[in-house]
Design a protein around this ligand. Sequence first.
Ligand SMILES: *Cc1c(COP(=O)(O)O)cnc(C)c1O
Length: 385
Amino acid sequence: MTPARKHARSAPRPRAPVPLSARAILTVDLAALRANWARLNQTSGRAECAGVIKADAYGLGLAPIARALTNEGCKTFFVATVDEGRAAREVQPGATIYVLDGLLPGAEAHYAGFDLRPVLSGLAEVRDWAAYGRARGHRLPAAIHIDTGINRLGMPDYEVELLAAEPGLLDAIDVTLVMSHLACADEPKNPMNAVQRDRFETLRAKLPPAPASLANSGGMFLGPAYHFDLVRPGIALYGGRAHEGAPNPMQTVVRLAARILQVREVPPGATIGYGATYKVARHSRIATIGCGYADGFLRALSVATGEAGPVGYVDDYPVPIVGRVSMDFITVDVTDVPAELIHRGTWVEVMGERVTVDDLTDRAGTIGYELLSRLSSRVYRVYEE
Ligand SMILES: *Cc1c(COP(=O)(O)O)cnc(C)c1O
C-alpha cells in the first residue's frame, strides 16, 4: 500500500511531547481522520455522510473523534449504546445521535432526556416509543430499522407489513430515518448486497416516505445505488479497509509505538520468551518493548522459529517480532539496526502506515475492527491536530 503521508515514514516516534513515564503511545491523527471523513463525504455525493462512533469511536476515543468530525462538518452520529449516546451528547449538544441498540424496555426517558434517537428494531419498540411520545404530548424522533437479510437486529418483513397496516402507530413517531444494514458489504462481488438493496427498496416503500440509509463503509464503496439519503461509515473513517482484498484509499489514523525497556545480546541457539518457541540462528540483539496483549496488541501475532511475522520499525529500520507476545511485552530482533539507535527508551513503531491495522489483523486471523476496539486504556494517547 502506498503511504498517504510520506513524512510519517521516518517519524515513528511521537511528534507531540509525551510523559517520560509513557511506555506505549497510541497516536491518533485527527487531521487524517478529518481528511477521511471529507473524502467519504465527497464519495457520498448528495447523501449525508454521518459518522459511526460506537465502542468509544472504535477504541480511539469518542470525545476527541466526535469533536474532530463535527469540525469537519459531520452532523449525525451513530453509537451502539445509551451510555455512548450520553457521552456523545455531552460533547455534541447540537448533533443528531442515533442509538443502534434500539430501545431497551422501560428506558425511554434515558433516550429522550439526552435527545437520543433510538434505531427501533421491532414492532414492540415502535409501540413503546409511540406510547412514550403520546404520553408526553409530542412525536419523538427515531429511526426505523428494517432487516433485509442479516437477521441480527431490525424488523423482519412481516413486521414491516404489520406496521404498514397500522398507520396510526407511525403517526405518533417522527420517523427521521429508515435504515437497514448489509451483511456482506466488505465483499463487493457478493450477490447478497444487491439482494439486500432490492429488499430494502421494496420494504421501505411500504412505509411513509422518510430519508433512507443502507451503507456502512463497505456499502459506500459499492456505488451510488447504495448511498440513498445518508451513509454510515465507521471503519473507513479510522483508516481501516472497507473491502476485503482491495486497495485501501483511506489515510492512516492510528499509530502504536512502544519504548525499548531493555536490550540483550543472545548467542546462537538461545530461545526467546514464553514457551521458548523462537530460537535465534545467529548471535542476536533482542529488544524488549513495553507493549503486550494487555495493551491490545494481539497475542496471535506471536512468532515462532521459521515463521514470517510482523515487523516493527526503529526509524526506517525494520525490526522483526520474535517469540510470543506476552501480557506486557513484545520482543523484537534489532541485530541489523545501527547500535547507536538502540538503547533504553528508543521508540519502536509496531502499527502505523508501514504495518497497518489490516496487515496485522490479516495475519492474526481477525479484522481491524477488533484490534482497534480492543486497544487498551493503558496505552497513553496523543491526539494530533
Ligand atoms: C457498525 C455499524 C456501521 C459502521 O460499519 P463500518 O463497517 O465500520 O463502516 C454502520 N451501520 C451499522 C448498523 C453498524 O452497526
